[in-house]
Design a binder for this molecule. Sequence first.
Ligand SMILES: Nc1ncnc2c1ncn2[C@@H]1O[C@H](COP(=O)(O)OP(=O)(O)OP(=O)(O)O)[C@@H](O)[C@H]1O
Length: 338
Amino acid sequence: MQATVVPGYDAPHPDYRHRSDARRPRTHEHRSMLTAHELTKRYGDRTVVTDLSFTVRPGTVTGFLGPNGAGKSTTMRMILGLDAPTRGHATVGGRSYAAHPAPLTEVGALLEARSVHPGRTAYHHLRALAHTHGISRARVEHVLGLTGLTDVAHRRVKGFSLGMGQRLGIAAALLGDPATVVLDEPVNGLDPEGVLWIRTLLTSLAAEGRTVFVSSHLMSEMALTAEHLVIIGRGRLLADTTVSDFVRDSGAGTTKVVTPEADTLVRLLAAPGVDITTDTPGTLQVRGTDAEHIGRTAAAHGIPLHELTPATASLEEAFMDLTRDAVEYPATLEGAAA
Ligand SMILES: Nc1ncnc2c1ncn2[C@@H]1O[C@H](COP(=O)(O)OP(=O)(O)OP(=O)(O)O)[C@@H](O)[C@H]1O
């Protein structure tokens, strides 16, 4: 496939793959920008991805959201050259994935459970991958540490839990120290500690200047992890926005506060853009500021709070509203009875 080269693109530095976790220079960030341009995929007479265009930038986590069957995996597979688009194209750092001379060091990907030989240990699986790509043993040990697998590195993969398998997939994705990371539903199978770990990992990968593109069907999960959102439904773009704009536009940025000193707190929080309503004495619904500011203000004035709850549930509702018409198999009463 012909490589499309963006202006200003320069070839990777030869030492690039060995520069493990150093913060990437900001001037090189354009290298890892990921773009989808009118991506379209048809299977038979069904179009599952339609005219999808968006850009994923380095330095932030971008969440790729959509209900089950929306076309997230298909889009990611087209970006990674695993599925050919019917129309349109995708580039990473200005080139198609296939045009990169050493793709593993440019793009690290976790798609649905990889085929790992069950009789192999995690260490040998990664060593074999590293060997075929000229990656050092030290890097294998580094990614085992990064994914919390050091203690089980010499156990056979067939004994791994779903979460451990997921960590191994992420270790493989990071093996080439890639500037771009594409992960399909990485929290699947992880326990709460694992979910927290992946959030921290993704945020730190982005803070190092990498492009981080991660799919999920859960808004609540993405709202805690991503800064930017690309939302699709039935293969079409529904929103390309920041999490804070989505929260603001959806009206989900309400915080419930229960306090015996409601009148004093209302006076203290009054500011342009802050809107406070109350239905029940002692219970406030605050918009235009966040729970942290409310908590700090209350603490600074010795006001007891019996409850301080950001309304994350309504964020999920806003996402469901946006995608309702795009859900393939909506949960209905008839459906439940069937
Ligand atoms: N190889 C294929 N042949 C035919 N249809 C397919 C194929 N792969 C995917 N599809 C269909 O394309 C649509 C999008 O699937 P895809 O897996 O991309 O969605 P998704 O958003 O990743 O969903 P999920 O969150 O459930 O993985 C679905 O209706 C799926 O059945």
